[in-house]
Design a protein around this ligand. Structure first.
Ligand SMILES: [Fe+2]
Length: 496
């Protein structure tokens, strides 16, 4: 890979091809009901200029682009676990990439936004994002994996384009802890020095970095944001996200902690708090924010009226400053380059990769409560284990038992009989992490829950196996049916 200067130049050339998107919303194709939402905006003073859509079935994306007119579309990817050292070796990755690229084409998206996070690690699966290890080796692997994805997107670029959609790496949220030896902005600076990707700065995620790193004990929020932005590669930020923050539902009753900061985590359902608007103001005022192409409120799962109100509020409060930021592009220093420029060999060597394989195996063991937090990456966590313990004992069990499919609703009879035989579902949580398993299929947490519950019953309560299988079969066929026949056309028609 070339030196920092050439990586930055390649980025700048790529960024020049990314059209301005304006002020928009980041949504899921089914949630909220996009057709109803957009019809509500018809009566509002302003409507979103673009919709960033989370990965979904191709037919659903096609319906959305056909039915919603007057806005542009961008793409929020999922399932490309680029933080992981075995990313390129996973057997299904190339199929996943083909799928992602065809979705990018359906939306004519200028970018592929993907979290710098994973839901699968060292053969273990989780329901929500786990941040990377913040280390030098991990930054190198991320840069190499982004190069693989970007090369594939460039290869399949649209006619007349010099580049494929730009890979945007989103800084992920912290959920009560972080591990590694680098500060978060230093890590992203390192990635940006090694690959020509763009970045997404998520204001709510930034708040969680303050809250769940040592910063919240050392300085106030404003000073933290100022220091963070000085180090973070803000000139690479193509998009800003703003979303709600709230306590997790498994810990709502506890309220504030001893540090005086609420125990909020990233929560798209929740209102956007004042503190996020203030942080946004601070970010937008920064002189190095010179390549911004869009700002989106992330609103999947939020009540519709609140979406419209928050959008109007943000638009009237920030319109002039957003317009100024969007219009002030740096020009590429010379002529437009080609997709092959600036790329050479991977930066991570085999030793880095092997080290990281071992470190992520340890990471999975630690966050599932099977090993103590030991070693240089876990020093800060070991010094204050409150956050990690909250993750292990509250967040993770909730994720496995309730999030993305409640086990007692999915398997009502099996759950009841398990309980009667003295095997409460808490045993299933422990069992979930008892052994790693090969990750050889596209990630689907709902299907994973079904498979693992049946396996758990077959090992721990074989007398209930046929019952569990029956309930699993019903779930799988209902799920496939729902995916195949989810009729977005009918939903769109009902809003006409
Ligand atoms: Fe985000």
């Amino acid at each position: 890979m070339g030196g920092e200067r050439s990586v930055n130049q390649v980025f700048q050339r790529r960024a020049e091809e990314v059209q301005q998107q304006g002020f928009g919303l980041s949504v899921d194709v089914y949630s909220p009901n996009l057709f109803e939402l957009m019809s509500r905006f018809e009566h509002a003073p302003t409507r979103p200029a673009y919709l960033e859509i989370f990965r979904a079935a191709a037919t659903a994306l096609e319906t959305v682009t056909r039915r919603i007119i007057g806005v542009s579309f961008a793409y929020h990817g999922e399932g490309l676990w680029i933080t992981q050292p075995d990313f390129a070796r996973a057997s299904h990755v190339h199929d996943e990439l083909d799928d992602v690229i065809s979705q990018l084409h359906i939306l004519t998206s200028p970018w592929l936004n993907h979290e710098c996070a994973t839901k699968q690690m060292a053969g273990y699966s989780f329901g929500t994002y786990l941040p990377p290890l913040y280390t030098v080796e991990s930054a190198k692997i991320v840069a190499d994996n982004i190069e693989i994805v970007q090369a594939k997107m460039d290869e399949r670029r649209s006619p007349g384009q010099n580049f494929g959609p730009l890979f945007l790496l989103e800084m992920p949220p912290l959920t009560y802890f972080m591990a590694g030896t680098l500060a978060v902005p230093t890590y992203f600076r390192l990635v940006a020095d090694l690959t020509s990707c763009g970045l997404v700065l998520d204001i709510g995620h930034l708040w969680t970095v303050y809250r769940y790193s040592t910063a919240s004990r050392e300085m106030n929020l404003e000073a933290f944001v100022e220091r963070f932005l000085d180090e973070f590669p803000l000139e690479r930020v193509i998009e800003i996200h703003v979303a709600g923050l709230a306590p997790h539902e498994a810990s709502v009753s506890r309220g504030h902690s001893d540090r005086g900061h609420p125990e909020w985590i990233d929560a798209h359902l929740a209102p956007i708090p004042d503190v996020s608007w203030m942080m946004l103001e601070q970010v937008l005022a920064h002189p190095r924010l010179c390549n911004l192409r869009g700002i989106a409120l992330e609103v999947d799962t939020k009540p519709m009226e609140q979406i419209v109100n928050e959008f109007q509020y943000a638009h009237s409060r920030f319109r002039s400053v957003i317009d100024r930021c969007l219009s002030h592009h740096l020009q590429a220093s010379d002529t437009v380059g080609s997709a092959n420029e600036g790329r050479t060999a991977p930066v991570a060597c085999d030793v880095d990769r092997e080290q990281l394989v071992a470190e992520y195996a340890q990471y999975a063991q630690i966050v599932s409560g099977r090993q103590p937090p030991i070693g240089p990456n876990w020093e800060a966590v070991a010094a204050d284990t409150v956050g990690l313990r909250r993750y292990i004992h509250e967040y993770l069990p909730h994720e496995i038992l309730h999030w993305g499919g409640d086990i007692t609703d999915m398997f009502p009879e099996t759950s009841r009989r398990l309980n009667e035989t003295g095997l409460p579902l808490s045993q299933f949580v422990r069992w979930w992490f008892h052994t790693p398993r090969p990750v050889d299929q596209p990630y689907d947490f709902f299907l994973l829950k079904i498979d693992l519950l049946v396996e758990f019953v077959s090992e721990q309560a074989p007398a209930l196996l046929s019952l569990a299988r029956q309930e699993a079969d019903v779930l799988r066929s209902a799920y496939m049916d729902a995916n195949a026949h989810a009729d977005l056309e009918a939903l769109a028609e009902s809003q006409r």
